[in-house]
Design a protein around this ligand. Structure first.
Ligand SMILES: [Zn+2]
Ligand SMILES: [Zn+2]
Ligand SMILES: [Zn+2]
Length: 253
């Protein structure tokens, strides 16, 4: 299985328009972060986790030819705002795009993209099949385990696929859900800020604390704000097996 990071940024992206901080002015390409999303290629299938407002650009940059389905973590705009742009895949693949999410997210998608769900949608609207997931599923022969968390009050889905797990926009996770992550090799987890606490997101110490409980071989941090800079010493401040993910990073699992 191959994981490609399409975006590793927070809802504002990095650089942040109008900001003149050192990260936003950095020349290091790893400090340019589109909204968080990954592309996974497995034996019989290819899919994305989340589809934010940068999706079209991400699909072009990485020349994504095939997307069999979309998993969505939660209903915030930076995770579902790009769904209208699955239209080229509707055309090229000749079928509807299957979208899997929790009930809260699926209800929101129906509201946002209401024009696709009208009795007679106008020509050219995206074609979705919305599927509510609440427990582990097998899609195209691939087992996807659901990891439930909370993003403030909002329920958020994480996903475990074999030895790999992707958790973004988590702030709280119950011990029983942490148990489901036992034995993974690679953990991707959100860390919005290096030091300061945030109501909705793990900061770095909280992400490291959770990683310490799960004990994967490697940890990649994502959904990184401009408070993290690759050009500076961010990585040297991290434990040896913890890395800042960056747009375009590929992992073979
Ligand atoms: Zn987000
Ligand atoms: Zn900045
Ligand atoms: Zn969010």
């Amino acid at each position: 299985m191959r994981v490609l990071f399409l975006g590793t940024g927070p809802s504002l992206g990095v650089p942040v328009p109008t900001c003149t901080c050192a990260t936003c002015l950095s020349d290091d390409p790893r400090d340019k972060r589109l909204r968080s999303s990954i592309y996974i290629t497995a034996v019989n299938t290819s899919f994305i986790i989340d589809c934010g407002p940068d999706f079209r650009q991400q699909a072009l940059v990485h020349n994504l030819k095939k997307i069999d389905f979309v998993l969505v973590t939660h209903k915030h705009n930076d995770h579902i705002g790009g769904l209208d742009d699955v239209r080229p895949y509707n055309y090229s693949q000749g079928r509807v795009m299957k979208i899997y999410g929790n009930e809260d997210t699926i209800i929101d998608i129906k509201k946002r993209f209401y024009y696709s769900f009208e009795e007679k949608p106008y020509p050219g609207t995206p074609k979705f099949e919305l599927i509510i997931v609440s427990e582990d599923i097998v899609i195209d022969g691939l087992k996807i385990e659901i990891i439930n968390g909370f993003h403030g009050e909002m329920p958020v889905l994480g996903f475990r696929i074999g030895d790999f797990a992707y958790l973004t926009d988590f702030k709280y996770i119950e011990d029983s859900e942490i148990m489901k992550l036992a034995g993974i090799k690679i953990l991707v987890i959100n860390a919005l800020l290096p030091v300061r606490e945030h109501k909705l997101h793990f900061n770095l110490p909280e992400a490291l604390q959770l990683a310490e409980k799960i004990k994967p071989e490697k940890v990649y941090l994502t959904h990184l704000s401009h408070r993290f800079a690759h050009f500076a010493d961010s990585e040297s401040r991290l434990p040896n097996n913890v890395f800042l993910a960056y747009d375009g990073l590929e992992l073979e699992i």
